[in-house]
Write a protein that binds this ligand. Structure first.
Ligand code: ZN
Length: 119
């Protein structure tokens, strides 16, 4: 579980136990006074330090501090490329005894290191 998931689980538990009030429309959004729909975290390492906010304000506020999702796990991205480039990549990856995905990761990582060394 990442910090965000732990924080959200703590809020769900606190609501169940009556520590946090249910957001049934009677509590106002802290930012705009509309009925609050979510408890918003500003720091996922402070799981019960939350603000009641409406959906719109929660979206506008964005992610909280200490959001560690993506730091320890791989994300899949999809990219479009010309078929001829894809074929070249396949050949180069095969020659390097790697999968295309692993090969792209290697050359991208090498390139990023080289770019970082420039500055
Ligand atoms: Zn609001």
């Amino acid at each position: 579980m990442n910090n965000q998931q732990r924080a959200m689980a703590a809020v769900a538990k606190a609501k169940k136990e009556g520590i946090l009030l249910p957001l049934d429309g009677s509590i106002q959004c802290m930012d705009c006074d509309k009925p609050a729909a979510h408890y918003d975290h500003r720091d996922y390492l402070r799981p019960l330090d939350v603000d009641p906010v409406c959906v719109r304000c929660n979206f506008r506020r964005g992610s909280a501090k200490n959001n560690d999702k993506g730091n320890s796990t791989f994300r899949t991205i999809s990219i479009s490329m010309a078929g001829s480039l894809k074929d070249k990549l396949k050949i180069a990856a095969t020659n390097d005894s790697r999968t295309v995905s692993n090969f792209v990761m290697k050359i991208l990582s090498d390139w990023l290191d080289k770019e970082a060394a420039k500055s």
